[in-house]
Design a protein. Sequence first.
Length: 166
Amino acid sequence: MISGKVWKYGDHVNTDLIIPGRYLDNYDPKHLAAHAMEDLDPLFAKGVQMGDIILAGRNFGCGSSREQAPIALRSAGVSAVIAGSVARIFFRNAINVGLPVIICPEAGRILNNGDIAELDLGTGTLRNQCRGGEVHFAPLPSFLMDVLGSGGLVPYMRRRLDPSSR
């Protein structure tokens, strides 16, 4: 179960808006987190709290294949991204770093900026804890849940390849 404050954005939030290219001279996750969403929402990096959730419209994470975009969000404290649709490469990069991405076009109907969302990845249920309302989404496949539960692809593979961890 994931629960957090919603940061709501619109359609076509690209990777350059998630982490502007001018900050890619330093790949330290804390540095990236300090500039997450800066050009779209100057208050985001200073206000985001551990566990918060990004809600977006269509085509979230479009643009470049910049893997630093989901790293910036996860390092800033974002616990999940919910969007009407996402760019395929952003989805893969996010899962690889342990950031859940949920496709749920109906989410914007029940959630507003600042609401508290409750997300159950296992059952595919999204609830608004402030104003009520519930929508459903297709749960992630079990192997992706395993990758997320491990903290991302690298820890998942380390666990799978290390005989002492079984």
